[in-house]
Design a protein around this ligand. Structure first.
Ligand code: 5GP
Ligand code: ZN
Length: 112
């Protein structure tokens, strides 16, 4: 297993968990870009958003259900942003699909 997020999902690399179920793990980013910065990942290894297809797309709905639960748990009623970076120009550094959930400050738009 050569993927850090697969290792985090398996508990081999420790993380600070925000949410977990049988399909999804959410944990706090090591290098937070906002007061709340959580990564939501499928436990199954999918490289990026570019690999989503009719066979695996149900996990995306599940991830967004998890995101809404986390937002409620953390009282993010003022708002939050969910973003996934895909590929080199998208700024993806870890090649295991993940959604950044950012909150706790006014977020700039458009992103840089
Ligand atoms: P990307 O740049 O691929 O969109 O996001 C990868 C994110 O993973 C970065 O925000 C980075 O700080 C975070 N990250 C990388 N390695 C680890 C790790 O071992 N543990 C945690 N909690 N976050 C990590
Ligand atoms: Zn992986």
């Amino acid at each position: 297993m050569d993927c850090i997020f697969c290792k985090i999902a398996a508990g081999i690399i420790p993380s600070k968990k925000a949410y977990e179920d049988d399909k999804v793990l959410a944990f706090y980013d090591l290098d937070p870009q906002a007061p709340v910065h959580i990564l939501i990942i499928p436990k199954e290894h999918i490289e990026s958003a570019a690999e989503i297809n009719a066979d695996n797309s149900a996990i995306i709905a599940h991830i967004f259900e998890a995101a809404a639960k986390i937002a409620k748990d953390l009282n993010l009623e003022k708002g939050f942003r969910i973003v996934t970076n895909c590929g080199e120009e998208g700024g993806q550094t870890v090649k295991h699909l993940h959604f950044h959930l950012l909150a706790g400050r006014m977020l700039a738009w458009p992103p840089g």
